[in-house]
Design a binder for this molecule. Structure first.
Ligand code: HEC
Length: 197
């Protein structure tokens, strides 16, 4: 039963308010494509935008974790099935409720669709381990918030010799190009990215 109990341990809460805020904004370009959006250097979003971004991230983290715990009661293979089918839908749902775009990206990916948005790639390539708030060239506020690997994640993301065969089989079936194993506790696993609309 220890297996199930660890999943119920309290969520890691990352503190992530960076101090100063500036309010100047660049004129948004209505024609700007998402893949052209970049970070405007030295423009930290307002405190209230930062709070919106963090609140959305906490909602997504809690909903994913709650759903995972629930699914784990039906066994780890079922939990993977749930992550597979529901993680993207839950992210879209939380995004709609909080009026943001939100998703997760990994240092190494399990689902190749979980790519970071263009503006975040420099930060993810550099494996930025601290919370980053930025203003984007389309005038939206954005955040990239690190996710550390916790004990309860090891069964699906830990070193492969520590992953149970039933989980390995399920992962191999659903994610033939899975890169997201071999993480140790405390290691940077990935990030939540959030963007105001
Ligand atoms: C029951 C197995 C399982 C557990 C436990 C688990 N994950 Fe995952 N994780 C998955 C699956 C499956 C996916 C792919 C979801 C998808 O298709 O979008 C995933 C995807 C992710 C992603 C998105 C990036 C990527 O690689 O696709 C992150 C970040 C992540 N997990 C972090 C964590 C963290 C942190 C924990 C512990 C709090 C955790 N996971 C616990 C199975 C698990």
């Amino acid at each position: 039963m220890k297996f199930y109990l660890v999943l119920c341990s309290p969520l890691l809460v990352i503190s992530m308010f960076s101090g100063c805020s500036r309010s100047e904004r660049v004129a948004p370009s209505p024609t700007m494509e998402q893949d052209e959006v970049t970070i405007v250097q030295d423009q930290v979003p307002s405190e209230s935008d930062q709070q919106t971004l963090v609140a959305a991230k906490e909602a997504l983290q809690q909903r994913l974790s709650g759903r995972l715990m629930q699914a784990m009661s039906q066994g780890p293979a079922k939990a993977i099935q749930v992550c597979h089918e529901e993680a993207p839908r839950i992210a879209a749902e939380v995004g709609a409720e909080h009026h943001v775009k939100i998703g997760r990206v990994g240092v190494r990916l399990r689902n190749p669709n979980n790519k970071s948005p263009q503006w975040a790639t420099e930060l993810t390539d550099a494996k930025t381990a601290s919370a980053t708030f930025a203003t984007l060239s389309n005038d939206h506020a954005a955040a990239l918030l690190p996710i550390k690997l916790q004990t309860q994640c090891l069964m699906c993301h830990g070193p492969t010799d520590q992953i149970a065969p039933i989980i390995k089989d399920q992962l191999a079936r659903l994610y033939p190009d899975d890169q997201a194993t071999g993480f140790v506790e405390g290691e940077l696993r990935g990030w939540f990215w959030v963007e105001t609309l």
